[in-house]
Design a protein around this ligand. Structure first.
Ligand SMILES: Cc1cc2nc3c(=O)[nH]c(=O)nc-3n(C[C@H](O)[C@H](O)[C@H](O)COP(=O)(O)OP(=O)(O)OC[C@H]3O[C@@H](n4cnc5c(N)ncnc54)[C@H](O)[C@@H]3O)c2cc1C
Length: 473
């Protein structure tokens, strides 16, 4: 059987790539440079993600060539390129991994409609196919713990498949223009020099390093922002340079402390949960899961917004998160939670602004994951943080960055402050500020809002909104 293996940017690997593995005896491989992603202006806005994608594509091209195949890179709309290629290569089917996002599903529907051969979609972006788990009543889960219980009962791990030993390529004269991987300069990308690099080999090396080192102690260290205690594999999962199944298999067979392994597996299932929620509720990318939030009176607050994105709110832990994002294209999970809570609850700026800003800069920026994270923090999503839980940035900092290492790294103007002052410089006596070279209002800002007042104002507003919801009128 002749197959066209359609790589789509969430599966940029040759190991544990089932569509490729099944097709190896007669395969043509393609990646479509669709203007939806590759239009220069759009690509430039997401420089970190695009740079990772291009690096991974370049490596994939080489890996496929070393196996005897060829990765065809073709510019155009998938809905036109794929049917045309399928026809010119005389394939019997087109194979690819399924996407969760509504626009990906719609693209696949259109491609399927335009094809004269079947489009076979494989599961595998997540551990279990999104939509596979249902409540006893047959509905989708909207709370994580029962989802996790159900996952643990039904999940049967699959053994990852190796890279094909050899790919027998299908060759045919093509009317479409096949090109090389675009150069980052061609798209005008300006990625952060500190961002994490792409490619399957680097992702696998990161996994090895994590299992040899940081997995042991993960349960405790994962929340400490100043130490590298997490796997840093999120972009690899997003672009599929590492498969979720490989990760699961390697973690669960590591032989390390059960508590660390369990804590890590739970995070991976949170990822499945985000995808499952988006699968069942495709409009989540447009509106909150909880309908009473649809018309919440978010503030128009340009000053707060400007201070939050640049990392000058006067709350060191919030500022460190914002600056980590701009400098490195990554933010520690705990810092994401604190920064998102601050934006939506202290500054009352819509989670959708924060969501878009994160999606622009994060190398791991993923529609399902990012949306779930923001809706969780804003209190309007599936199984989200209750609205009345407002993180106190000072206490969060003291608890999860006790020696201030995270703040010192990303807010260097506070680096010389003592540990006891680093998360609340506005409370430090003048002499200690002077000794550390900090002048509030000059070298570092006063807090943009008072925590206690902002918290009260926010809770009053939410309660009034919930008690008298215009959406029910
Ligand atoms: C506001 C906000 C936005 C977020 N945006 C994204 C995003 O765009 N892309 C993304 O991959 N993750 C996102 N997350 C989840 C989480 O912050 C990142 O997955 C994590 O920080 C990645 O670092 P890591 O790989 O070292 O994580 P580890 O702690 O090593 O976790 C392992 C893997 O589990 C998954 N995971 C970990 N934490 C979570 C979580 N809270 N929810 C869902 N899955 C999780 C990730 O795939 C991660 O790679 C967001 C969280 C919040 C609060």
């Amino acid at each position: 059987m002749k197959r066209l293996v359609w790589f789509r940017g969430k599966d940029l690997r040759v190991n544990d790539h089932r569509p490729l593995f099944d097709a190896q005896d007669s395969a043509a491989c393609v990646f479509v440079l669709d203007p939806f992603f590759f239009q220069a202006q759009r690509a430039r806005r997401m420089s970190n993600r695009m740079a990772y994608l291009l690096e991974s594509l370049r490596e994939l091209e080489t890996s496929i060539a070393s196996l005897g195949g060829q990765l065809l890179l073709v510019e155009g709309r998938s809905t036109e390129v794929i049917p045309k290629l399928a026809e010119e290569l005389h394939v019997d089917e087109v194979v690819a991994y399924r996407w969760t996002e509504p626009f990906g599903r719609e693209r696949d529907r259109r491609v399927e409609e335009a094809l004269t051969v079947p489009l076979r979609l494989y599961e595998g972006e997540t551990l279990m196919p999104p939509g596979a788990l249902r409540t006893k009543a047959g509905g989708p889960f909207s709370v994580f713990t029962p989802f996790y219980r159900s996952f643990r009962k039904s999940f049967e791990p699959t053994t990852p498949v190796p890279a094909p030993a050899k790919i027998r390529p299908i060759r045919a004269p093509l009317s479409l223009n096949v090109r090389s991987v675009p150069n980052p300069n061609e798209l005008g990308l300006r990625p952060s020099p500190q961002r994490i690099g792409g490619g399957e080999a680097a992702a696998r090396a990161r996994l090895d390093e994590f299992i040899d080192g940081k997995l042991s102690g993960y349960q405790i260290q994962r929340d400490v922002m100043g130490v590298p205690g997490t796997s840093r594999l999120s972009q690899d999962l997003k672009f599929g340079t590492l498969s979720a199944h490989t990760l699961w298999q390697r973690i669960t067979s590591s032989g390390l402390q059960a508590a660390d392994v369990e804590a890590y597996c739970r995070e991976l299932v949170w990822r499945d949960f985000s995808h499952s929620c988006l699968w069942h509720h495709p409009d989540l990318l447009e509106r909150p899961f909880r309908p009473q939030w649809a018309n919440f009176p978010w503030a128009v607050n340009p000053e707060g917004w400007g201070r939050w994105i640049s990392g000058h709110t006067g709350y060191p832990i919030v500022d460190a998160a914002s600056r980590q994002l701009l400098q490195t294209g990554f933010v520690h999970n705990r810092a994401r939670m604190i920064a998102a809570s601050f934006l939506t609850k202290h500054l009352r700026i819509s989670y959708r602004c924060g969501e878009a800003h994160y999606l622009t800069h994060l190398t791991d920026g993923d529609w399902a994951q990012n949306n779930a994270g923001w809706q969780w923090a804003a209190g309007c999503g599936c199984d989200s943080q209750p609205y009345f839980r407002v993180f106190n940035p000072e206490l969060q900092g003291k608890r999860f960055d006790p020696d201030g290492a995270y703040v010192r790294r990303f807010v260097p103007e506070l680096a010389a402050l003592e540990d006891r002052d680093i998360h609340a410089p506005w409370k430090a006596p003048a002499a200690r500020l002077a000794a550390a070279g900090v002048t509030l209002g000059e070298t570092y800002p006063h807090p943009v809002v008072d925590h206690a007042k902002a918290r009260k104002d926010y809770l009053d507003l939410v309660r009034a909104h919930i008690q008298s919801p215009p959406h029910r009128k």
